[in-house]
Design a protein around this ligand. Structure first.
Ligand code: ATP
Ligand code: MG
Length: 399
């Protein structure tokens, strides 16, 4: 059958009152970006729907990609026709004929958005249903559990016929909630935190702390690959690689061993916050989960968080490791995360980090060193690249 449209139903957007315009525009923009290599498509947005006119573009790949776009509740292949009962009946029959197999059952679910239309829903169901029954063999009606539910939506400007709903990714359109900086290690957790933030509409830039020669190019590649996986959900992402060796060596030399972890995290946050401000983002995002490791106790968070008053989003804070792993597998980051390459923290991890560090103590230890200068030096030597699904364009030393 010739499906000529895809009908896209918005998710939570529908409830967003006055912000709806922003949400819809953003969603439309994101869909256009994802489908940029289908030049034939026409887009027509209404208050609660977006119609993609396929203009003979092949729909299989489009359907595949739409399933990753946040802000979509569901979508369907559709046939558009004139709101004329005879034409509707013919199109409905055509649709069913191309789909049904022997012993299938069906029902018609009509919806009349245009109240001026001369037939009400019952009459529509009846007329379309009987036209199908008369003109097919071996097909029966089942209103409770049909194999094919033919939905007929009669609107003023046109009627749309659909047979099957694809589930959308839910959430909010990426970018509709502002921008956040994701601290991405090579581990399992932070990519999942990035994914969940994208899902709530946060546009991401990524920050990675890199400590050559303690960490290798392969560790960096891992972070590039993880970022690339995240681009599936929201388009290209800026990745900032921060040279962190000098700071880590200084911490090792100057801070008592059981406080090195706390200090390391504080320096990471300080740098991330400077980059956030430069890039005009509103929040920092980490993959922390309460109690998972020494640096993720509430006491640690008090000592670490003290360096900034910027909101820190921790989407995984109450999740169990197994739940996080489950999501990582679903979004395709798990296998990359478990590649056995070192990251800067595992290498410098002390044997017994303080699980209840004291803010006064860590501040005092740090006060003997001019960390601010090292922090600014690291910021000035940040290497930034843009990661897209297929290529990374590197333009170093953006700042
Ligand atoms: P992950 O699996 O994300 O590495 P984790 O459970 O190993 O998390 P930690 O190593 O304590 O936890 O790191 C906590 C968070 O700090 C990470 O989720 C990440 O957001 C950030 N982080 C840690 N190391 C780095 C790094 N090298 N670069 C950027 N962010 C980092
Ligand atoms: Mg880690």
């Amino acid at each position: 059958m010739n499906f000529d449209h895809i009908l896209i139903r918005y998710g939570e957007i529908s409830t967003k009152g006055r912000n709806r315009r922003i949400f819809v525009d953003r969603l439309k923009r994101n869909i256009k970006e994802v489908l940029a290599d289908f030049p034939g498509l026409d887009y027509e947005g209404t208050r609660d729907r977006l119609y993609l006119h396929l203009n003979n573009e092949r729909h299989e790949e489009i359907i595949e990609r739409l399933q990753y776009v946040f802000g979509i509740q569901s979508f369907s292949l559709a046939i558009k026709c004139e709101s004329d009962i005879n034409i509707i009946k013919e199109k409905a029959l055509e649709a069913i004929k191309s789909l049904y197999q022997r012993h299938d059952t069906f029902k018609v679910t009509a919806k009349r958005a245009n109240k001026q239309f001369p037939l009400d829903t019952n009459e529509l169901n009846y007329q379309i249903g009987s036209h199908i029954l008369i003109n097919t063999e071996d097909l029966t009606v089942d209103v409770k559990n049909p194999t094919i539910n033919l939905r007929v939506e009669v609107r003023k400007e046109a009627t749309y016929l659909t047979c099957y709903d694809y589930k959308g990714a839910g959430g909010l359109p990426v970018g509709s909630s502002g921008k956040g900086m994701l601290l991405l290690s090579g581990g399992i957790d932070s990519p999942v935190a990035g994914y969940l933030s994208l899902k709530r509409g946060v546009e991401l830039e990524v920050i990675h702390f890199f400590s050559p020669p303690y960490t290798s190019e392969r560790a960096k590649q891992k972070v590039i690959d993880l970022t690339k996986e995240l681009t599936v959900f929201g388009g290209s992402i800026k990745l900032h690689i921060v040279p962190f060796t000098a700071i880590q060596e200084k911490i090792q030399a100057q801070v008592p061993e059981n406080y090195t972890m706390t200090s390391t995290r504080r320096m990471m946050l300080k740098i991330a916050d400077i980059l956030r401000e430069k890039q005009q983002a509103l929040a920092l995002i980490t993959g922390e989960s309460l109690g998972q490791v020494a640096s993720q106790t509430l006491e640690s968070m008090v000592a670490i968080n003290d360096v900034t008053s910027t909101p820190i989003l921790r989407p995984l804070i109450t999740m169990d490791k197994l739940e996080i792993i489950e999501i990582a597998k679903q979004i395709g980051t798990h296998d990359i995360s478990v590649r056995p390459f070192e990251d800067c923290c595992t290498i410098f991890t002390p044997a017994s980090p303080k699980t209840k560090p004291k803010l006064e103590k860590v501040s005092r230890f740090e006060s003997f060193v001019d960390f601010d200068e090292l922090v600014m030096e690291a910021v000035n030597r940040v290497e930034t690249m843009i990661i897209t699904k297929n290529k990374e364009d590197e333009f170093s030393h953006l700042f």
